[in-house]
Design a protein around this ligand. Sequence first.
Ligand code: NAD
Ligand code: MG
Length: 361
Amino acid sequence: MAEVRVNLANHSYTIHIMAGIISQVGQLMKDMPLSRKALIVTDENVAPLYSGVLADSLAAAGFLPFVLVVPPGESSKSLATADKVFTQAISMGLDRKSPIIALGGGVIGDLSGFVAATYLRGVPFIQVPTTLLAQVDSSVGGKTAVNHPLGKNLIGAFYQPQLVVIDPLVLDTLPERELKAGLAEVVKYGVIADYDFFDYLIRHQEDILARRPDELIEVISRCCQIKAAVVAQDERETSLRMILNFGHTIGHAVEGVGGYSEYNHGEAVAIGMHGAALLSSSLHLCSTAASAAVKQLITGMGLPLTAPGYGTDELLGYLARDKKVVDSKVNWVLMQDVGRVTITQDVSEEHVRAVLSQLTE
Ligand code: NAD
Ligand code: MG
């Protein structure tokens, strides 16, 4: 079993990664100071696949699990759905030591984490992520949120889980497009932090796309280590944590212009990483070889490089509105090499325009 420790003063926790480990979650919870009643939150796609094995493992360890199923998709990251979870928690009598367990992708993780952070001012939270994106990104780091009709992730809290359990075998049932969306974030970790890992991804891209468990475990562990190290240094995104936004500045603009439907988050981030790589080399921050290597790996993972037909002006408009903008300047995360990035506001509109026009041809 691979274990990654997330070191955060008085709320550190361990991420357990192993094939088949979903049937051992109850066992892992046994030594924690928890009440017996437990609320598992999941969605309609994940429930028939994995809620039985998870609930059985809790019951075998002496817990009394209840499974609450919500509709799949981003629309469940809402105050209305959170209210349903609160109602369930109250009516089944969950107390301050009753665990709330997220079984699903980032939607379920963010929603359940928000409820766990606020129900009774905070109850134990456990993540059992079932998408690659959730396993390498959203289940680590403690950001929880629901959406507001006026914007995404506007209502939330930093709230760390007490335990994260990752079973790579659950990815077998994940739709191909969702797997690739997670791979965009995986590529990101290589670019921002680790040349050797980037090289591993180049060498093992076929095994990873074929969902071979050994390679998935290696990938998930390395990504969790990188995110854990960044989060441990900057839990609340005041500085270093911004490097996790590599590819996301242009990525968010692409998502926005596409009305959050044409490209999913991972695809938009892939296009954004290509843009950030081009911008980095055009500013001579990195070599053209480094930027070309990023482009090659994005393609290798079956992700898009461009958003043909998108309007440069419209994308620029979204960039200006991005929430990473402080004092109306965009904080660009740019490459110095594969494995090394820098944050700068010193990028002219002319350079950005040139890159956006390459991305939209
Ligand atoms: P998701 O939770 O919507 O899951 C994608 C789809 O896959 C859903 O239809 C789901 O039902 C299905 N699914 C999940 N696991 C499955 C499995 N094992 N087999 C078959 N189908 C399965 O989407 P996501 O991409 O996991 O997460 C996206 C969300 O995560 C967004 O709301 C985003 O804002 C959030 N997010 C949060 C953070 C953070 O730090 N908290 C980071 C990144 C993203
Ligand atoms: Mg992302």
